[in-house]
Design a protein around this ligand. Structure first.
Ligand code: ADP
Ligand code: ZN
Ligand code: ZN
Length: 767
């Protein structure tokens, strides 16, 4: 029973981070002043058998529930909400748009520590600084301990008086050099360095910029002017420019103008591995405090970064998708680099698109949003066409760098050595002879994708998925790339006992092996998820490559993302055909982006690069358009095809995915969903009745098409049967109006208890 409450019937409507699509009512704590509590504050509430940290949405005097049965809020955690009213509005909007429970959406905006109810008072950050003796010591005295010498010099290079900060945080040290810890400890032991604690709320320095801006070319200057003229108001800019065209330089000069206005900048990149590189460039350019936010940091580091932005102690936040909702005290600009990258779309739980939400956030905050890419997403180009985004184009590489030449290599009927044609092998030899680097791209890790018995045709399959097991020869394992299950590679066929088991197809391990034989004595580095699992190993490899200690770089799509290899002059895509045939309509766009991105790694400096694609489809329109006319032409054709087929961005999609242990349950569930949808909206109809629909005089555009259910492209995964159902409409508002009513209804379906379902708004892949 509820305790008596002096707030006399005051009720807190609360968003609890659980996967349930509604708010929960609680009795306010005793002696609470309704005017004092504000939406967004964190609360501890009893929930089920335990307690949860939840968020106040509103105070009210009415509840649909029997107030006698309501439980009481246990504790109020914040005096003031940590999120601004605008940020809360953004989260409310995102919850509605993505049809995801508000409590989980608000939870996403907080770093784990605060989500778990930690106090915001942990506000100091460990930093290191020179002692007096450290300032006076000549670093040459440390020449026998070169690592310590480098660290000491780093601190001394900060300057003792002129620099606004003479100290470095752990995050800053890690961004500079992954191996700083031992040397710092030794320098502390020698009395040259000391530990200090700096307040999170430290003031930004007066000097913002090191003054080393480059002299920009006219297109760069035009881009900078366009965005700077728009500071203080909303606008979306799409900065299109090939790798090396000077986009980052443009970002930095715009950032300087924002900093001069006393405002903060949020910079998002798709991949954690891209943060150190950008962070270094920012730190060299700016003297302001820079915070970094991504999933590899500790909870404490993320909490500090978050609070530093919230309190205005840091001026730049550099992060991945998860940094998008970080509160900004004085927001001035949002930048998304590599905006086409699908890593910006969260693929589980709260499936938001960081790009799309960033645009909405910019609009709510009335600040510009700058999207950058060498290969803009088709949606973004469409938004340029319809006037929503403004295109800023950097047509060529900055400085003196030359763009690479793309060519198709027809390998039909050619002799191949483990996936390498003789022509390609010769090209590699001649590149290496010039002391230049080669980069080979193959988007499949492991040794080979299939193990087959030569005696009876048995194939090693995953027991829990509709997939073959991949051979990982280095570890002697077969591994499922979908559920992670692994087993020892068999010595004989489990069916016919034959000893001759054949590895079919090509993975990076296999190519690495043949490269080692063909190019004996050359240094080969393989970059894929297996070889870079150990923390810091990718950075180590990248460093070796950039110092010219590597001859051949072989890798998966990890290579396509932003890393710069200035000495690479030959890039080869070993198996471009495998990307040409997919049932997902997004596939051609992704392939074209991948090809252009991989090509962008070649010939950065004065050396021209060459890009070779091995194909058995030399006449394929995607490849020929891309090669003869470039990405923009490809994009134009692809958009025309999408328009013809009424696919996004010319229509809007919402994809329900469902899985269950029992193969029948997903179908029963979807039958119930379809009939519910038709009950709620007469315009919603399964796609096979669409023809009748047109006869009955309704326009196609008014309809919401329901496609499916069909079994997922991978029908079984990790032991679950998987199905999907696609809703599609040319009218976004109609589609969402239906979903607004459908989703709460689905939650109440009895068939929903037997399955796991999720909803993906604007899906970026149909798997
Ligand atoms: P992107 O981000 O488009 O790949 P960057 O901004 O990294 O391009 O620029 C690529 C290289 O060209 C960098 O080494 C950068 O310092 C240099 N660069 C950029 N702009 C100029 C310029 N206006 N003049 C000379 N060099 C430039
Ligand atoms: Zn067999
Ligand atoms: Zn599996």
């Amino acid at each position: 029973m509820a305790k008596s409450c002096s707030g006399a019937g005051l009720i807190f409507r609360v968003a609890v981070p659980v996967p349930i699509h509604r708010l929960f009512d609680y009795l306010a704590p005793d002696n609470i002043d309704a005017d004092r509590v504000k939406p967004g504050i964190r609360l501890e509430v009893p929930f089920g058998k335990g307690k949860k940290i939840a968020f106040l949405v509103e105070c009210t005097r009415h509840s649909e529930h029997d107030t006698g049965k309501l439980k009481q809020v246990e504790r109020i955690l914040d005096d003031e909400p940590l999120l601004s009213a605008q940020d809360l509005q953004l989260l409310y909007w995102a919850s509605r748009y993505y049809h995801h429970p508000l409590g989980e959406v608000i939870g996403t905006a907080f770093p784990v520590a605060l989500r778990q109810g930690k106090s915001v008072l942990v506000q100091t950050e460990k930093v290191y600084a020179l002692t007096e003796s450290g300032k006076a010591t000549d670093s040459n005295q440390l020449k026998r301990t070169p690592k310590q010498k480098i660290v000491l010099e780093k601190f001394q290079s900060l300057g003792f008086e002129a620099s606004p900060r003479h100290s470095l945080s752990e995050a800053e040290l890690s961004a500079w050099n992954t191996n700083w810890r031992l040397s710092v400890r030794q320098l502390i032991a020698k009395g040259l360095l000391q530990v200090e604690f700096s307040r999170v709320g430290a003031h930004p320095p007066a000097v913002l910029n090191n003054g080393n801006d480059l002299h920009c070319n006219p297109p760069q200057q035009a881009a900078i002017n366009a965005v700077c003229d728009s500071l203080g108001q909303f606008g979306v800019f799409l900065l299109e420019g090939v790798t090396g065209s000077g986009k980052t330089e443009v970002y930095m000069q715009i950032i300087r103008s924002v900093l001069e206005r006393g405002q903060q900048v949020l910079v998002l990149v798709p991949e954690i591995t891209l943060t150190p590189q950008l962070e270094n460039r920012f730190r060299q350019r700016f003297t302001v405090n820079i915070a970094v936010f991504h999933s590899k940091l500790t909870d404490r580091q993320r909490q500090i970064a978050w609070l530093q932005m919230q309190q205005g102690a840091c001026s730049i936040l550099l992060g991945t998708r998860s940094a998008l909702f970080t509160p900004l005290k004085n927001p001035g600009l949002i930048i998304l680099d590599e905006e086409h990258d699908t890593s910006f779309k969260q693929q589980e739980g709260f499936r938001f698109s960081a790009r799309d939400v960033a645009v909405v956030r910019g609009k709510m905050l009335n600040i510009p949003v700058l999207l950058g890419s060498a290969t803009p997403a088709l949606e973004s180009l469409h938004n340029v066409d319809n006037g929503r985004y403004r295109l800023l184009h950097l047509p060529e590489r900055a400085g003196s760098a030359i763009e690479p030449v793309l060519q198709l290599l027809d390998i039909r009927n050619k002799r191949m050595v483990e996936g390498l044609s003789e022509t390609l092998i010769a090209e590699i030899h001649s590149t290496l002879a010039k002391d230049e680097q080669v980069l080979l791209f193959l988007n499949r890790r492991g040794f080979a994708p299939t193990l087959i018995c030569h005696g009876c045709g048995w194939v090693a399959r995953c027991l829990r998925c509709d997939a073959n097991l991949v051979i990982h020869a280095n570890e002697g394992l077969l591994r499922c790339h979908h559920c992670g299950r692994e087993q020892k590679g068999p010595h004989q066929c489990p069916v016919c006992k034959a000893k001759e088991l054949t590895a079919l197809g090509l993975g990076t391990e296999r190519v690495e092996k043949v490269l080692a034989e063909l190019f004996a004595g050359k240094v080969i580095v393989r970059l894929d998820r297996d070889s870079t699992q150990r923390k810091g190993s990718l950075e180590g490899y990248l460093e070796e490559i950039n110092q010219g200690r590597v001859d051949i770089i072989l890798g998966t799509q990890m290579l396509a993302k932003g890393h710069h290899f200035p000495n690479v002059t030959l890039v080869a895509i070993l198996d471009v055909d495998s990307g040409l045939f997919s049932i997902d309509f997004h596939a051609s766009e992704k392939l074209a982006q991948l090809i252009v991105q991989v090509s962008g790694r070649a010939g950065r400096a004065e050396k021209p690069g060459k890009v070779i694609m091995q194909t058995r489809q030399p006449e394929h329109p995607l490849l020929t358009t891309l090669i003869r006319h470039g990405y923009k032409s490809f994009a134009k054709t692809a958009l025309a095809e999408r328009k013809e087929a009424l696919l996004p961005p010319f229509s809007y999609q919402a994809l329900f995915r469902v899985q269950a242990v029992d193969a029948e349950q997903p179908k029963l569930f979807f039958q119930a969903v379809i009939s519910l949808a038709q009950k709620l909206d007469v315009n919603a109809m399964p796609v096979n009745t669409q023809d009748n629909d047109q006869q009955s005089g309704q326009t196609k555009s008014a309809a919401i098409q329901i496609l499916g259910p069909v079994s997922a492209p991978m029908a079984r995964r990790a032991g679950f049967y998987r199905y999907q159902l696609l809703f599609q409409s040319q009218n976004r508002r109609d589609l969402h109006a239906l979903l607004d009513r459908l989703v709460p209804g689905i939650e109440k379906l009895k068939q929903a208890n037997k399955v796991r379902w999720s909803l993906d708004i604007d899906p970026v892949d149909l798997y």
